[in-house]
Design a protein around this ligand. Structure first.
Ligand code: NI
Length: 177
């Protein structure tokens, strides 16, 4: 089985507006797709997550991994199948980017703490308590399952910013000109 880097759909591709369907069973085809999704996330710029609809697959699967961010609580590399937020608390505004909106970032309000239920790759339900940036990343990725982008949730019309460089992992930051 060879893994493949999949094409990431970019706004305003209408397929990003579609609602994803639940995964009924985690079969080999599902696991193969998850491998490809992971490969696609790793191949791109320094993204902390990806959702199946971003590669044109309307299934409720997301990957989140914020472990590269220093000094924040996190659960490592997470494959979340059929994720559901069962409780949430607080509201914090923070900057978000998206592999499907490569030229912009924007300010979005998200719950600061969430309790999340999701299947893992064995189809077993897991429950996670998350906060801060990891909780934000999960909420962002789960929006893709509903056909929503951060552009749909900007705190105001002015809260969008042109990105100079979408930094590749491991490359030095470019100097501001
Ligand atoms: Ni995104």
């Amino acid at each position: 089985m060879t893994m493949a880097v999949l094409e990431i759909l970019v706004y305003p591709d209408p397929r990003l507006k579609e609602i994803a369907r639940p995964v009924e069973t985690v079969d080999q085809a599902t696991l193969d797709f998850i491998d490809d999704l992971e490969e696609t996330l790793l191949a791109g710029p320094a993204g902390v997550g990806i959702a199946a609809p971003q590669v044109g697959c309307l299934k409720r699967i997301v990957i989140v991994d914020v472990s590269s961010k220093p000094k924040i609580p996190h659960h490592g590399h997470l494959v979340l199948i059929n994720p559901v937020i069962v409780a949430s608390e607080g509201s914090v505004v923070g900057r978000e980017g998206c592999l499907s909106v490569p030229d912009y970032t924007g300010n979005v309000a998200r719950a600061n703490r969430i309790t999340l239920s999701a299947w893992d790759k064995t189809g077993t339900e897991q429950v996670y308590n998350m906060e801060g940036f990891e909780a934000r990343a999960v909420q962002h990725e789960m929006d893709h399952l509903e056909g929503l982008l951060f552009l749909d949730r900007l705190v105001s019309r002015r809260d969008i910013f042109r990105r100079k460089v979408y930094q590749k992992p491991g490359t030095p930051a470019s100097k501001p000109s």
